[in-house]
Design a protein around this ligand. Structure first.
Ligand code: FES
Length: 186
């Protein structure tokens, strides 16, 4: 009986050690995969990554920078941008035209991205319209399409807010180009 116990003890000790070694290997493997998993979850949860141009209100300008004369003014949309591993602070992620009609205390905001293929739409002050230099689409100052234009739809309007203090913010979104319907990118 005593001899049997003496033989079993090393066997049990060996099993215990191999169990601990296996558990340690699993733990180390788990820790090694933790950073990419955390980064992936974080990237998924970040509002600017969830959609290229997610529906996020971003500060744009002050109302005093938009005279009530019906003339569109161009403003960059600035936001902290995040790639998979790197964060970029206060970078331009798009541009908009903001217009305030005479006597109005509200503004209208149009995306400067052409709905045809995504080029930057320019303001032609002399002609009193918007033009896209890529394929010659034209739009009215209200963003309506001017025929003949290859763009399948009018310029994309964006929701905006003006605070009591006069801070203008825009709900920045990107939309699919080349289609008639205005569909936000997810
Ligand atoms: S991208 Fe603007 S007209 Fe084609």
């Amino acid at each position: 009986m005593t001899e049997q116990l003496g033989e079993e003890l090393p066997v049990q000790e060996t099993r215990r050690r191999s169990f601990l070694t296996g558990a340690l290997a699993v733990l180390c493997g788990g820790l090694a995969t933790l950073p990419p998993v955390v980064a992936a979850v974080w990237a998924f949860l970040d509002p600017l990554r969830r959609s290229s141009g997610a529906a996020t209100f971003l500060p744009l300008t002050d109302l005093t920078n938009v005279p009530a004369d019906g003339q569109p003014r161009q403003f960059p949309v600035i936001a902290d941008r995040v790639d998979a591993w790197t964060g970029f602070q206060a970078e331009p992620i798009g541009a908009v035209y903001v217009k305030r009609d005479e006597g109005a205390d509200r503004v209208e905001v149009l995306s400067a991205t052409c709905p045809h293929a995504g080029c930057f739409v320019e303001l032609d002050k002399a002609a009193g319209c918007f033009r896209c230099p890529c394929h010659n689409s034209s739009f009215t100052l209200e963003g309506g399409i001017v025929a003949p234009s290859p763009s399948p739809r009018s310029m994309d309007s964006l929701e905006c807010q003006v605070s009591k203090a006069g801070a203008v913010s825009v709900k920045w979104q990107n939309f699919y180009t080349g289609i008639e319907d205005k569909v936000a990118r997810k």
